[in-house]
Ligand binder design. Structure first.
Ligand code: ADP
Ligand code: MG
Length: 847
């Protein structure tokens, strides 16, 4: 049965209401609250029953057939929402908007929450260590304006980038953007790519917000950036029903303030996940994230993906880390204090959007309670942070929220005794209904002087006052008692006071729950007023957390404070790759990396598996760590501040775009060559490996010469073409180094030690032997190698590249020689001989 084909006039009123709401939310699956369930109807029910494996039933709704229906229990709804959203659906929650007890006829219902990939504000549904963002994309000719919001924290940023798909994807990954909002006419090629390859939800919206959130909007002077915010806010406010009042500032991100790394570099260096398993474990962030709070973890990741270029800013971080290390007792105290802080950032977000629950308030209380201590420690450390302590909120929460408050809102148990007199009274009534009656009895006995008066209860009248016939005359008009029953020896009365109490006793439970909920909301409002300040403090706390984490790393991993130079030199003494060092079972061999004045390229040779790639990565990782403000894994480090890092490491086909290894390799190299400056770092690992040998050597040499002549970027260039090492003689800015290995009894031992000078052997066959190739095969390979080398020596040319290019000619010569020797000249006719001679001549000319 299709929703669109139903005759609505025949539907039950409740179902008609459903239809009206659904008309407004065509693109969402509607979860419609009925009693203890959230129900889905019509097509929504078919989808949900399939996706969530729910039983499809039907509901009588006034039609001949039953309407398809399925449902989920309300207490488990979150897991179902999460599943649906992850599968790419949007979900709208419909609740009753009025108290059914207070309304006649149909209760009003409406959408109260919409969930989609980018708009989840609920911390329970998010990974605590990842930020999760939504972005509006607006295209102006050749620039793209991105307005990025993490709705769970209210962090808003605006960023302008060139309209280049690779740059867009870099940013989408950098900010973990789950959903983009675009205008209807946005380039479909781009949106399709984002949707299919990157799982990003695309939302179309042509409308803008007007006259709301003016304070924030008025502060934005650039009209285009303002439109971006209005575009995003319209969608969030009107379509997703978010309250954006907790957003009071926007960060203008200028990409040129940060070290530029493309997505390949982030991947190749395994900064946030490993290449192979795509896991956080064994990535650099995994190593560095010693944060005590989730918000600290998120910030540290931002620092890692956005290393700084401003020397002063970097030095500020170093200074703080150094101070923390010197004051280790304070550092330990700070660590302990931070451990007490919950996710203040997301708690703030949840206070405004999403389902804040009483237990969240306990977390908030605990977090705020430790702020004075953190403030105190920071003062002792001379850190100039302005930390507010929110004593009034802390006190209120301490007094109000029960230590074992539940996560539910309407089942009581939230508020402590002593916080609200009214609540305490009702609670007393509930627990001590009898006590009250006894007290009331004694009270009115004393007041009225009626000695044998009794307070009793029956189902018909409820609570009553019973006076014996003998004392009946003592009941006075002014008591305002009302006679209800006359028995043989007594009269029964009710009094307004007693009736009032009676109602209280009987409804106590419900009243308690309602009042507690009201008080909870009141407290929430109280907190809301300070939410912008709490957010600011949360930001500071997460920064402190990051610095403490980096200080802890510096001790734990034996890192050193780098020196930053403006002389374009690299001086690393005993540098290490921090992750390989920790993860590998073997002893790590530290290595120097020196590019003194006038040298900008290291040409690295060495057998496979000797450690070339690791050595190159080591420098890049060290530079990134240095520029994010961290100490670095070395005995001594003197580094320039890089503007961009380019890497071409490892051979992985780009499965997504279907390009071959070689094409990807050339594109990445091209990107580096076009965009690198003399302040950049380039890592080219065995470039040219993906094509035929002579192509490969020629290209590698061409690229190397181009960089040396034109770019002067700091370049590490590893190669197994030792023919290239002669370039050192020709270019004064190129230096040969090699990773050493020892050859003994035809086996090879890797020393992983980088030394000056070149190596003249590849040891490929030795490595093949280590890999367990059959002996026979290895022997044959050795024979072939020997014959090549013999040939090479015979020609004894000086230029080695020339020499190797002659290999090909040699081969041709051999072939022709062989043909001539095989000729049976005596049995050839003159014509035949002439023809053969002609052929041979042509062949010689070809080469
Ligand atoms: P290559 O690029 O020369 O083939 P890799 O850099 O991939 O070599 O390194 C090969 C292996 O050697 C790595 O798995 C790593 O564990 C180990 N290795 C590399 N450098 C070192 C080092 N300095 N100390 C100890 N082990 C190392
Ligand atoms: Mg390698």
């Amino acid at each position: 049965m299709k929703r669109s084909e139903v005759n609505r006039n025949n539907l039950s009123p409740m179902m008609q209401q459903y239809m009206e709401i659904k008309d407004e939310y065509e693109n969402e699956l509607i979860l419609y609250r009925l009693g203890d369930f959230y129900e889905l109807f019509f097509e929504d029910a078919l989808i949900a029953s399939r996706e969530l494996e729910l039983t499809l039933t039907g509901r009588v709704a006034g039609l001949e057939e039953r309407v398809p229906m399925c449902g989920v229990p309300h207490h488990a709804v979150k897991t179902y929402i999460e599943k649906l959203v992850n599968k790419g659906y949007r979900v709208a929650i419909v609740e009753q908007l009025e108290d059914p007890k207070l309304t006649k006829g149909m209760v009003k219902r409406g959408v109260v929450e919409v969930y989609s990939k980018g708009t989840i504000a609920d911390a329970d549904l998010l990974n605590s260590k990842e930020s999760s963002c939504i972005s509006s994309l607006m295209l102006y000719d050749d620039i793209l304006i991105m307005t990025i919001l993490d709705i769970s924290t209210g962090n808003l940023a605006s960023l302008t980038i060139p309209n280049v798909i690779d740059k867009l994807i870099n940013e989408l990954m950098n900010y973990n953007i789950k959903e983009v909002v675009v205008k209807n006419d946005f380039d479909k090629k781009i949106t399709n790519l984002l949707k299919t390859y990157y799982g990003i939800e695309i939302t179309y919206n042509d409308l803008y917000l007007d006259n709301k959130y003016t304070k924030l909007l008025d502060s934005i002077t650039d009209v285009r950036l303002k439109l971006g915010v209005e575009h995003l806010f319209y969608y969030l406010d009107y379509k997703v029903l978010k309250d954006l009042s907790y957003i009071d500032k926007i960060e203008y991100i200028n990409r040129t303030d940060y070290l530029e790394m493309d997505i390949h570099t982030v991947r190749n260096l395994e900064l946030v996940e490993t290449l192979r398993l795509k896991e956080r474990t064994y990535s650099l962030i995994w190593l560095l994230d010693k944060c005590k709070t989730a918000m600290g973890s998120r910030k540290l990741k931002t620092w890692l993906l956005n290393p700084l270029k401003n020397k002063e800013e970097i030095i500020k971080r170093y200074d703080k880390i150094e101070k923390l290390n010197n004051e280790f007792i304070l550092k330990d105290e700070l660590k302990k204090a931070l451990y007490e802080v919950y996710d203040l950032e997301r708690l703030s977000g949840k206070t405004i959007n999403g389902a804040l629950n009483p237990r969240d308030l306990l977390q908030l209380k605990k977090s705020l309670g430790i702020l004075p201590e953190i403030k105190d420690i920071c003062e002792k450390l001379n850190f100039n942070y302005e930390i507010k302590t929110f004593d009034d909120i802390y006190e209120k929460l301490s007094k109000a929220i029960s230590e074992d408050a539940p996560i539910t809102l309407k089942e009581g148990g939230i508020i402590k005794d002593g916080y609200s007199q009214e609540l305490d009274e009702i609670k007393n009534i509930r627990s001590g209904g009898k006590d009250f009656v006894a007290r009331f009895e004694a009270d009115i006995k004393a007041k009225t002087g009626i000695k044998n008066l009794k307070v009793g209860y029956n189902k018909v009248f409820g609570y009553y006052i019973e006076v014996s016939k003998g004392q009946k005359d003592l009941v006075k008009e002014e008591f305002k008692w009302e006679r209800r029953q006359t028995l043989a020896n007594c009269e029964r009365y009710i009094s307004p006071e007693l009736k009032e109490k009676e109602a209280l006793i009987l409804n106590a439970e419900e009243k308690i729950n309602n009042l507690e909920y009201e008080l909870f909301l009141e407290i929430k409002e109280f907190i809301k007023k300070e939410i912008l300040e709490i957010k600011k403090t949360a930001e500071i706390i997460s920064e402190i957390d990051c610095l403490v984490a980096l200080a802890v790393c510096s001790e734990e991993y034996n890192l050193v404070r780098p020196n930053l130079n403006e002389d374009h030199i690299v001086e690393i003494i005993e540098g290490r790759h921090p992750v390989v060092e920790i993860v590998n079972k073997k002893e790590y061999v530290p290595n120097d990396c020196i590019l003194s004045k006038g040298i900008d390229t290291l040409l690295i040779t060495g057998p496979n598996m000797s450690g070339k790639s690791t050595y190159m990565r080591q420098l890049a990782i060290m530079s990134i760590m240095a520029q994010m403000g961290s100490f670095v894994p070395a005995k001594k480090a003197n580094l320039p501040i890089f503007d961009k890092i380019f890497t071409r490491i490892g051979a992985s086909d780009d499965l997504v775009s279907g390009e071959s290894t070689f094409m990807v390799e050339m594109k990445e190299a091209q990107n580096a060559i076009i965009n690198a400056t003399n302040n950049s770092l380039i890592l080219f690992d065995e470039l040219g490996r993906g094509t035929a040998t002579y192509d490969g050597i020629s290209l590698a040499q061409g690229i190397l010469e181009y960089i040396s002549n034109n770019i002067h970027a700091i370049t590490l260039f590893s190669t197994h073409y030792h023919e290239l090492t002669h370039l050192e003689k020709k270019y004064s800015n190129i230096k040969n180094v090699h990773v050493s290995a020892i050859e003994e009894n035809n086996t090879i031992t890797f020393l992983h030690k980088v030394k000056n000078g070149a190596i003249d052997k590849s040891y490929g066959i030795h490595v093949a032997k280590l890999a367990g190739m059959p002996d026979e095969l290895l022997q044959r390979a050795n024979e072939i190698l020997n014959s090549y080398e013999a040939n090479k020596n015979k020609h004894n040319k000086t230029n080695e590249v020339q020499l190797s290019l002659n290999f090909m000619e040699d081969k041709k010569e051999e072939e022709i020689k062989e043909k001539i020797t095989k000729l049976d000249v005596l049995n050839m006719s003159p014509i035949e001989a002439l023809n053969t001679l002609y052929e041979l001549k042509k062949e010689c000319e070809k080469k």
